[in-house]
Design a protein around this ligand. Structure first.
Ligand SMILES: *[C@@H]1O[C@H](CO)[C@@H](O)[C@H](O)[C@H]1NC(C)=O
Length: 338
């Protein structure tokens, strides 16, 4: 019994359907590649479902941009960190790539390191730079107690001189989580000269001495340019760098458009902690601009879950991650307050 010989014209109808389907798939693939080239470059996790603000997740921590059609705000956020913080950078990339995109704004998040000297760091950081293109080396040495802040703000105007320049430049720690869409909305409409945005500390006290907390602060581009053009500032340090920074602005006559983001910027707190709430530390709020003191994995996990980064998890037989049975105190409290 031989199978009937197959001839090209044996099933004309089904092969035409097959050909049509193949063409359609190819066309769709080409359109997808043209429209979303980055999705193949850095797919760090499942795209998150839309958040409260309705945005969709970006695929890369390198550039988190809204629709480019009418961008009216460009912000650079520098996370100043050390070479050895590999796990933290991995977490931060996850955290930022799963955020809803800011609307009409570009917020670039980059890691800034002082000169990388150890052999393993030079090699491993090089691999990160190849993979993520989000690493920038500053002209400072790691064991320096002071001077990183000056090195950062003075370098940025030079490093990005040729680009479409940023409206604002910010500096933050690797234990801070900025919510970029909320930040963009908060900066939009604010002064773009002599602007100083962050969390004023000490809270509600000594207004003539207040400065923006090191959790994260942002200045307008002209201020970064002024810092870059004023090398004497590098020697003016007699306190914590962020205190010095506030002093530079006051002395330089640039402490003008000061935007205090209390209570939308704050230190992490939950009910299992031994400490109490106060003016700079409280539970999460849905309109947060930045959360600070994310010192361990549990705090990061709870924070990212609260801000709905886990909503993108698709049902699958491949994993059984219970996201119901997790910390829910904030939801209860927020409901009570509402
Ligand atoms: C997270 O999602 C839930 C359900 O969609 C929503 O009620 C809540 O407001 C969101 N939380 C935040 C912080 O956006």
């Amino acid at each position: 019994m031989k199978p009937p010989p197959s001839s090209p014209g044996a099933h004309p109808a089904s092969s035409r359907v097959l050909l049509f389907l193949l063409t359609a798939v190819l066309v769709a693939l080409v359109i997808y590649l043209v429209a979303f080239p980055n999705n193949f470059k850095l797919q760090v996790g499942p795209p998150s479902a839309s958040c409260a603000s309705g945005g969709s997740a970006s695929s890369s921590a390198v550039q988190i941009a809204g629709s480019n059609t009418a961008v009216d705000l460009r912000v650079l956020i520098g996370i100043v960190t050390v070479p050895g913080a590999y796990e933290r950078r991995a977490l931060l990339r996850l955290a930022y790539s799963l955020q809803p995109r800011p609307v009409r704004a570009v917020v670039d998040v980059r890691f800034f390191l002082c000169r990388v000297v150890k052999e393993e760091d030079r090699i491993l950081v090089a691999l990160e730079a190849i993979t993520y293109d989000d690493i920038i080396e500053l002209d400072c040495t790691e064991n320096m107690n002071d001077g990183k802040t000056y090195a950062y703000f003075s370098a940025v105007p030079r490093l990005f001189a040729g680009e479409p320049s940023y409206d604002y430049v910010g500096k933050t720690d690797d234990d801070t989580y900025y919510r970029l869409a909320a930040l963009a909305d908060s900066l939009r409409g604010k002064a773009r000269r002599d602007a100083y945005h962050g969390y004023l500390t000490p809270c509600h006290w000594l207004p003539e001495k207040q400065y923006m907390s090191g959790m994260g602060y942002i200045v307008s581009w002209d201020v970064a340019q002024w810092i870059s053009d004023t090398p004497e500032l590098a020697d003016q340090h007699d306190d914590w760098e962020d205190v010095d920074f506030g002093r530079w602005l006051r002395k330089g006559g640039r402490y003008k458009n000061v935007y205090n983001e209390e209570p939308r910027m704050y230190d992490y707190w939950d009910r299992e902690m031994a400490t109490d709430v106060n003016c700079f530390r409280h539970e999460h709020r849905a309109d947060a601009v930045a959360v600070h003191k994310l010192k361990d994995r549990l705090k990061w996990a709870r924070t990212l879950h609260f801000f709905n980064a886990t909503q993108g998890l698709k049902p699958s037989n491949m994993y059984h991650l219970d996201l119901q049975n997790v910390y829910h105190v904030w939801c209860t409290v927020n409901t009570l307050l509402a």
